[in-house]
Design a protein around this ligand. Structure first.
Ligand code: NAG
Ligand code: NAG
Ligand code: NAG
Ligand code: NAG
Length: 177
């Protein structure tokens, strides 16, 4: 991901700390934990949600959501990134992606960034509606450009449909050089 793209990306965030732009790192991302929580039990269930160590260098995570009222015509994901050290720091960014609108025309640069991170690891790869389960998996050692310093992070994702919070997924990870 080129640095210029980050500037475009950041241009569209409403809140961020300016100093973070200086600390663009090409770091290794490693997931340390994942938690999934259903908020609306009538809307969906998690068939599974786990992070497994295959061996010392290789981890695998998988989240499988089963929708109880398909098809799903509207969906947004609210991404909130926190840095962790002695508890959670105030969030670094707060971005909401309208998944269905984005998949229609794929023009929003910030959404393009988030989508580029997950597109090879999800079956959310066609336009809405979704009448099937959604599966996300990740089984690679990742090297990733992140516009944030090294450290421990929590990426909270809130899954919203028709304006109602349906589920939350907490992704804990570390970034190293
Ligand atoms: C760890 O497991 C992966 C997947 O099975 C394998 O490709 C890789 O070679 C293993 N690495 C080590 C150091 O054993
Ligand atoms: C993120 O932004 C949304 C929409 O502006 C807001 O409702 C939500 O409370 C914010 N989240 C945090 C953690 O501040
Ligand atoms: C693409 O989607 C965005 C977000 O909904 C919208 O503002 C924009 O007008 C759309 N562009 C096109 C070419 O449809
Ligand atoms: C979407 O992802 C599924 C699961 O990996 C794959 O079988 C399918 O070919 C993908 N579709 C497109 C349009 O990329």
């Amino acid at each position: 991901m080129a640095r210029t793209n980050f500037l475009i990306l950041f241009g569209s965030f409403t809140l961020f700390y300016v100093y973070q732009l200086i600390f663009v790192v090409q770091g290794k991302l490693e997931f340390t934990n994942i938690k999934c929580e259903v908020i609306d039990k009538k809307f969906c269930v998690f068939q599974h949600c786990f992070l497994k160590s295959v061996n010392r260098t290789y981890k695998y995570f998988s989240v499988h959501v089963h929708f109880l009222q398909p098809p799903v015509h509207s969906g947004s994901v609210n991404f909130v990134l926190y840095k962790r050290s002695n508890g959670l720091r105030p969030f670094l960014f707060n971005y909401t992606m309208d998944v269905c609108k984005f998949l229609d025309n794929r023009t929003n640069p910030a959404s393009q960034y988030f989508y580029s991170l997950v597109k090879d690891y999800t079956n959310v790869n066609h336009t809405c509606p979704y009448d099937h389960d959604v599966v996300n998996w990740w089984n690679k050692k990742l090297t990733i450009s992140m516009p944030v310093p090294t450290g421990r992070y929590l990426l909270k994702t809130l899954w919203i449909s028709k304006g109602i919070l349906r589920a939350e997924v907490f992704n804990y990870f570390t970034l190293t050089d």
